[in-house]
Design a binder for this molecule. Structure first.
Ligand SMILES: Cc1ncc(COP(=O)(O)O)c(C=O)c1O
Length: 382
């Protein structure tokens, strides 16, 4: 039986009636831009972000760009970002005219290394963007301590971490801004592009609210240059339906992650080979929402060989991410300020396997069996 990496239909089809009702509400209401569903969705998100200042936006990428613009970051500024993340984290910095400064990550969490981040601060540094990669928050105490010491802003790239927390504090509520993506593969996925920007700071929220509509306040008077970062009413209406199920889905992902860890720790594969399979872990201070369950296979070519093996058996898997930011063609001209060994190693070793909420136990067993069979073969081969 084929096991896809993600099955959006399994999640959305059971909600078809509610979704169609949401569609009809927007269709007949006729307010397709900034309609009532956008405001309602923003209010309902407070239960997840822990702050009242939530702004629906066009995508996770636009949430990051809007945060940077609201903080006035631009040419001549430096922004510290992890080298191992999705491109948007750094791409938005470049789009403001500022320079991304690549920081290494911790192998255990895949998240920004606060020790190196502190060492990368210069007199031009204005902000740090910790990314809560794969659904687990970065060490926000350490990041906020660096920011406080040097007077920096912190923008949480929580694109993959809607509903995650660190020491009881929700993702997005600790830094000056939190940015979420509702790309369909996320724990809360829209039926298209969508995102959210949140802030615990009322003045910053207000500034971002105005920049979201071309810096317009009042209507047709533009104090500064913003852009169109609005969330569609239709996506907000769909997201409101799905938000009601988000905690249940995340609990299912957590159960799936625990099941994989159990299955893949069994002593079925050769001990030697198993030692070389590194399973993801959740730190003691975090509620991990498992947007991805990401294996590591150290050793030249081993990750790619496992990927080919899984694909040949119809099992979906993906490399998030094969190239660290400093090695992206568009960033080759940016001098690297510090060595990035962990980011480089992870790009060679990671492989994410299906962990979506609707995944059945039998499908997980199939995935785990395929992985352990491959490991056993490796152990037997000379
Ligand atoms: C870490 C990270 N940052 C930013 C983004 C950008 O979000 P979007 O695709 O909604 O623009 C993503 C989306 O995949 C992401 O994973």
């Amino acid at each position: 039986m084929a096991v896809p990496l993600l099955d959006v239909n399994a999640q959305n089809h059971p909600l078809a009636e509610e979704m169609e009702e949401a569609f009809r509400r927007v269709l007949h209401g006729g307010q397709f831009i900034m309609g009532p569903d956008v405001g309602e969705f923003e209010r309902e998100c407070a239960a997840f972000t822990g702050v009242p200042g939530n702004l629906g936006v066009s995508s996770g990428t636009d949430a990051i760009l809007l945060a940077l613009m609201a903080l006035g970051i631009g040419p001549g500024d430096e922004v510290i970002v992890p080298a191992f993340t999705f491109f948007a984290t750094a791409g938005c910095v470049t789009r403001t005219g500022a320079t991304p400064v690549f920081c290494d990550v911790e192998e255990s969490s895949f998240n920004i290394d606060p020790v190196q981040a502190a060492a990368l601060v210069t007199e031009r540094t204005r902000a740090i963007i910790p990314v809560h990669l794969f659904g687990q928050m970065a060490d926000m105490n350490a990041i906020m301590a660096i920011a406080d010491r040097h007077g920096l802003y912190v923008i949480e790239d929580a694109a993959q971490a809607f509903g995650a927390s660190f020491k009881g504090r929700p993702a997005g509520s600790i830094g000056h801004f939190g940015c979420f993506s509702f790309f369909p593969s996320k724990n809360l996925g829209a039926l298209g592009d969508a995102g959210l920007l949140c802030s615990r700071d009322a003045a910053l929220t207000e500034r971002a609210r105005i920049l979201r509509v071309h810096g317009m306040e009042p209507k047709y008077f533009h104090q500064e240059v913003g852009a169109n970062f609005r969330l569609d009413s239709l996506q907000a209406a769909f997201l409101r339906v799905k938000l009601r199920h988000c905690r249940t889905w995340t609990a299912a992902r957590q159960a799936n992650a625990a099941r994989y860890t159990d299955l893949l720790s069994q002593p079925t594969a050769g001990a030697e080979a198993r030692r070389e399979l590194i399973l993801p872990t959740a730190g003691p201070d975090t509620v991990h929402i498992w947007n991805q369950y990401t294996l590591r296979l150290p050793g030249r070519g081993r990750r790619d060989a496992l990927r080919t093996w899984l694909q040949s058996r119809g099992i979906g898997c993906e490399i998030y991410y094969p190239l660290p930011l400093d090695r992206q063609p568009c960033y080759r001209s940016i001098p690297v300020s510090a060595p990035l060994p962990a980011a480089h190693r992870l790009a060679d070793e990671v492989l994410s396997i299906p962990v979506y909420p609707e995944l059945m136990a039998s499908q997980q067993e199939e995935v785990a069996t395929a992985v352990t069979e491959w490991l056993s073969q490796q152990a037997c081969s000379p």
